[in-house]
Design a protein around this ligand. Structure first.
Ligand SMILES: NC(=O)C1=CN([C@@H]2O[C@H](COP(=O)(O)OP(=O)(O)OC[C@H]3O[C@@H](n4cnc5c(N)ncnc54)[C@H](OP(=O)(O)O)[C@@H]3O)[C@@H](O)[C@H]2O)[C@@H](O)CC1
Ligand SMILES: Nc1ncnc2c1ncn2[C@@H]1O[C@H](COP(=O)(O)OP(=O)(O)O)[C@@H](O)[C@H]1O
Ligand SMILES: [K+]
Length: 467
């Protein structure tokens, strides 16, 4: 579970936001008391009357831990504290001095049913030392319930990379804002349930977690064309384009046309067929002013015909969703080509397709943002963590989607869903975020061992939850 539509900041941005609060006259100790009060509240809620062990590291994450220990002790809880070393910050040192309860060293620590991880937060700079990681993992394993303060110790704040964090953490209480590490890479699977404590720190960011979209019921006078016409272009593997077309229908597009020359299989009968044999045919078809968005790439193939189709779609002044083979054909020329498009473009690459198109360094967010700016396109960078970035610098993150999505054809479904959102919701990151949410929710409804066809069947239920 992940807080919906929550702000996300890097470690440096969080520090800057905190500095601004200090500059406005709030003392560091006061902010730490606020953070620890939120921690103590959650721990008390989950601990009931069970004994609590609190781990305190050398920085301000440890400072939060000392305060939480004091607050829980004052409320009558049985609290033991483990200090891994001497506090390295003034605030942590002051908070340590105020803790009067039982304290032991890490290697003398005895497991207790409730564990609070205040070892490291946004200040982690390197992997956990091996001995510390082993003791920490063992304490988590032997606890009935573990809560991490701000981040699981051993997760990189900005990338979610594994720096030795254990498995089995039940709850992570993010302080002030989410950090990328809560959602990206290993972070997404190590946090357990993610909660967010509002510390009254003003946060200014264009990065958020994907939220449930608000969709409109068609108006009383709506008709099929005003709800949007999606054209899906067929290729060498027609099943993929059909999945995208059916997903666009289920996602609420008013009219969906499948354009190609493959033999016609079974229904749905509501899917309209248009014969397109050559790139010239495609250019003529895309001149139809009723078309509101075009999907190209699922099952397209990579031969000369596919290339010619890509050129024709590129030249048409229509919103374009590019997926699968279209992305592979673009390859390292993607940015140069995309800059020339006469209409908005969305790309939906998985990591292999992304890496073929764009170089770049840094976290998945940094690379996706740079690519979106360079290509002037909105990019949905898929995977167990999905990063959506717009050329203007907006980011939406999705984590925690069903791992059963890792099956052929689910990406084609996303491309069709995105087209349906583009024709209904318009520009930029909004339709992409809505499509990602609907896709993840449909997968949750479809349950284990889903196939792409079953995913489509659950889209209407997901849509109904957004009306
Ligand atoms: N700022 C504020 O006012 C507020 C902040 N808040 C809280 O502060 C947290 C951030 O605090 P922080 O910046 O002090 O960093 P923190 O994560 O405690 O650790 C840094 C220390 O660990 C050390 N170290 C790093 N990696 C290591 C490793 N692998 N193995 C061993 N040592 C390692 C590092 O040493 P160094 O890298 O300098 O050698 C340094 O000594 C944040 O997550 C939130 O909980 C809230 O109270 C609200 C108010
Ligand atoms: N382990 C996973 N956890 C959550 N979602 C996943 C996982 N693996 C894949 N997905 C999602 O499933 C879809 C797969 O897309 P893609 O790889 O393009 O498949 P295809 O091309 O076969 O349709 C994407 O939306 C991706 O985000
Ligand atoms: K922590």
């Amino acid at each position: 579970m992940i807080p919906s539509g929550a702000p996300i900041v890097t470690a440096a941005q969080m520090r800057a936001a905190e500095q601004a609060v200090f500059a406005s006259g709030v003392a560091q100790d006061e902010l730490m008391e606020r953070a620890a009060a939120a921690v103590a509240r959650e721990v008390a809620r989950f601990a009931m009357d069970r004994p609590i062990l609190i781990l305190a590291g050398p920085g301000n994450n440890g400072g939060d831990a000392y305060v939480a220990a004091r607050l829980l002790h004052a409320r009558g809880h049985d609290v033991n504290l483990v200090a891994t070393g001497t506090p390295q910050t003034g605030a942590a040192e002051r908070m340590q001095a105020l803790w009067q309860g039982p304290t032991s060293s890490l290697y003398a620590a005895r497991p207790r049913p409730v564990l609070v991880d205040g070892l490291f937060g946004t200040g982690m700079t390197r992997p956990l030392e091996r001995g510390l990681a082993a003791v920490f993992a063992d304490l988590v394993k032997q606890a009935d319930f573990t809560l991490s303060i701000d981040l699981p110790s051993g997760i990189d704040t900005d990338s979610g990379a594994d720096l030795g964090a254990p498995r089995g953490i039940d709850v992570t209480l993010a302080l002030g804002a989410l950090k990328p590490g809560h959602l990206l890479d290993c972070g997404g699977e190590r946090c357990g349930t993610l909660l967010l404590a509002d510390l009254d720190i003003p946060i200014d960011t264009r990065w958020r977690s994907v939220a449930r979209p608000r969709l409109d019921t068609p108006g009383a006078h709506s008709h099929k064309y005003c709800r949007g016409l999606v054209a899906v272009i067929e290729g060498a593997m027609p099943g993929a384009a059909r999945l995208a077309a059916r997903a666009a229908m289920a996602g609420g597009a008013g009219y969906v046309v499948l354009a190609g020359d493959r033999p016609w299989g079974d229904g749905p009968d509501a899917l309209v067929r248009r014969e397109v044999r050559s790139a010239e045919d495609l250019t003529e078809f895309l001149g139809w002013d009723r078309i509101d968005a075009v999907v190209l790439g699922p099952g397209l193939g990579r031969d000369r015909r596919a290339e010619a189709f890509l050129r024709a779609a590129f030249a048409a002044p229509k919103p374009l969703i590019l997926d699968g083979d279209a992305l592979t054909l673009l390859g390292s020329n993607a940015a140069r080509w995309l800059q020339t498009r006469p209409a908005p473009t969305w790309l939906t690459p998985h990591w292999g397709e992304f890496d073929r198109m764009f170089a770049g360094e840094g976290s998945k967010i940094a690379r996706t943002l740079a690519a979106a700016a360079e290509a002037r396109a909105t990019i949905v960078h898929k995977g167990a963590d999905t990063v959506i970035a717009s050329p203007k610098g907006d980011v939406r993150l999705l984590a925690g989607a069903s791992p059963w999505l890792s099956t052929a054809g689910t990406g084609d479904v996303l491309a069709g869903l995105l087209a349906a959102q583009v024709v209904q919701e318009g520009k930029g990151i909004v339709p992409a975020s809505a499509a990602a949410w609907l896709h993840a929710r449909a997968a949750q409804l479809a349950g284990p061992a889903l196939i792409a066809d079953a995913l489509i069947m659950h889209i209407p239920q997901a849509v109904s939850e957004c009306l």
